[in-house]
Design a protein around this ligand. Sequence first.
Ligand code: NAD
Length: 262
Amino acid sequence: MDLGLKDRVVIVAASSQGIGRATAEAFAAEGCKLAICARSTQTLRLLAATIAGKHHVPVHCEGLDVGDAAAVRQFVGNVANRFGGVDVCVTNAGGPPAKGFLATTAEDWQQAVEQNLLSVVHFARAVVPLMQRKKWGRLITITSLTVKQPVDQLVLSNAVRSGVVGLVKSLANEFGPDGITVNNVGPGYTATGRLKELARAQAQAAEVAEEEIFARWAAASPLRRIARPEEVADAIVWLASERASFITGQTLLVDGGAYKGL
Ligand code: NAD
């Protein structure tokens, strides 16, 4: 299947590891011009060189915090100057800490809103005008299964990410006439560093071993396993492609069927 993505300019935020990294690599494999960011510049530089060497595509990288509006604006501007615009923007960030409600602090809530909701706003404000100029664009947010089905010990994620879904639907409505699609991808349990942190929190709360938590997550999916980051990345790349040209305003769960609703 020709995804029609070759030479597209693609931003993947928070992409030094995990799902973001797998997504960046998947776009590079399609021949896209890539821009990646995360807080650690050193790790990013190494990764950018690895991806550029493997896939023979230009890779722009910058160290920044996705919750910093000015830094995001500057990053997007630099990408547009270097590559002549932005076609695809995938927003991502680290997940909020795994806690039950009474253990959360006011700072946790502030941080979760900045990192997991406002970061999407910052990227959208910067990339939408560039996409409007081209009359083509793809904005894809990475959230979580929690937007459909709350997960224990993830009250921050359960609450804050719903705002992203409201934003996605609003942006899809407002900017569809400009040829821009806006969609949300909700990963289920996926084998990354983030999942180990959640396993630790849930194991402590339930007083069981971490292995037991992983076994429960696998059992929750009809496929009886957790995802590989590459499986989430493939769904994101497809949504960004010409093959998903009439899909907008949607949440696509990549959760192996873990969500129990219809
Ligand atoms: P991860 O912790 O493995 O990777 C997160 C990436 O984001 C890293 O590259 C990190 O450096 C970067 N990052 C974190 N905070 C940042 C910030 N403020 N500014 C810039 N970069 C930042 O996480 P992951 O498992 O790949 O998850 C990605 C997203 O998907 C997270 O929001 C996570 O909560 C969500 N999610 C993950 C799972 C899962 O099972 N792994 C399930 C559902 C949702």
